[in-house]
Design a protein around this ligand. Structure first.
Ligand SMILES: Nc1ncnc2c1ncn2[C@@H]1O[C@H](COP(=O)(O)OP(=O)(O)OP(=O)(O)O)[C@@H](O)[C@H]1O
Ligand SMILES: [Mg+2]
Length: 288
């Protein structure tokens, strides 16, 4: 079944026939990925033969219980799992015709943040507590583009404005601890998106926030995705969010993909027993 939900959205250029994400080539493709963690005396097979892909303009949700391998999979894309103990045992992660698992650190450094960016649950894992937030956003630009200090500062200010931070000139000069959790999350999103990556991987980006702020941050991500035609991989426990924002879903269980497909198809007619249990544990969706 084709995905016939509208692909138009805020910020999508008008005057063009919007292309359905399903018509487009995969932008990022994980193929047969297995990831192990070698611990003292044991090996955890965290990711087992996982394949998934995301296209430009599309949101792929990854769901599954705690420990099912969602973050280990996501972190593999930019090889951010701590190694040791992590070993990428098999598979390929293709982006732009290259296998990211086989790039040198230097080559991968150019992909990180510029082509593929990540946001996490806790902004403090990304933000430097000792540096003003504006400078941190500007630094990403200085690193990935040939911008001068003044150009980067100007673009960073515009980026803070774009993610809906009120009074961006004031906030620019503040330190992370001077911002609320919601504003910090917006700064992290600005940092992630300022170099205009083609893929954004968001790992539980709103879990730590209160419900109204969660909604605002998700709306922001959707708006920016449409505006910049990004492919988004959204890891979340919240199946209501998946139903609302994602085009396709991957269900993980014990390191494996147990089911994948169009969100509406999977939620209406789950084929896998684990998916059925996961959906049954979400009363709001059952009632919908
Ligand atoms: N750095 C690490 N060292 C050792 N084991 C790890 C490491 N990272 C993940 N694991 C193990 O890999 C498995 C998958 O973990 P992962 O963090 O990917 O789960 P998850 O699906 O993201 O869970 P959650 O929903 O709680 O975030 C778990 O058994 C976890 O303990
Ligand atoms: Mg996780």
């Amino acid at each position: 079944m084709t995905n016939d939900r509208p692909t138009t959205g805020p910020g999508r250029p008008t005057g063009h026939a919007p292309r359905r994400p399903a018509d487009r080539q995969p932008l990022l493709e994980i193929d047969g990925l297995s990831v192990d963690f070698h611990l003292a005396g044991s090996v955890v097979h965290a990711v087992r033969d996982v394949s998934l892909h995301v296209r430009a303009g599309e949101t792929l949700a990854v769901v599954g219980e705690s420990g099912s391998g969602k973050s280990a999979t996501a972190l593999s894309v930019l090889r951010l799992n701590p190694s040791p103990p992590c070993v990428y045992a098999s598979g390929e992660i293709r982006f732009d015709g290259r296998d990211l698992l086989r790039l040198s650190e230097k080559e991968l450094g150019r992909v990180r943040g510029r082509d593929i960016a990540m946001v996490f649950q806790d902004p403090m894992t990304c933000l430097d507590p000792l540096q003003r937030v504006g400078a941190q956003v500007a630094e990403v630009l200085r690193h990935h583009t040939g911008m001068s200090r003044a150009e980067a500062a100007k673009a960073a200010l515009a980026a803070l404005d774009e993610v809906g931070i009120p009074d961006p000139a004031l906030r620019y000069r503040q330190y992370p601890h001077e911002l609320s959790g919601g504003l910090r999350q917006r700064v992290m999103i600005a940092t992630a998106l300022v170099a205009r990556p083609r893929v954004l991987i968001a790992d539980e980006p709103t879990t730590a926030l209160d419900v109204t702020v969660q909604r605002q941050i998700l709306d922001l991500l959707v708006t920016l995705q449409h505006k910049h035609d990004m492919g988004v991989v959204l890891i979340t426990h919240d199946l209501a969010v998946v139903a609302e924002t994602a085009d396709r879903v991957v269900v993980m269980h014990r390191g494996k993909v147990v089911e994948t497909g169009d969100v509406l198809d999977v939620f209406d007619r789950p084929a896998d027993d684990y998916t059925r249990r996961l959906l049954a544990a979400t009363p709001r969706l059952e009632a919908a």
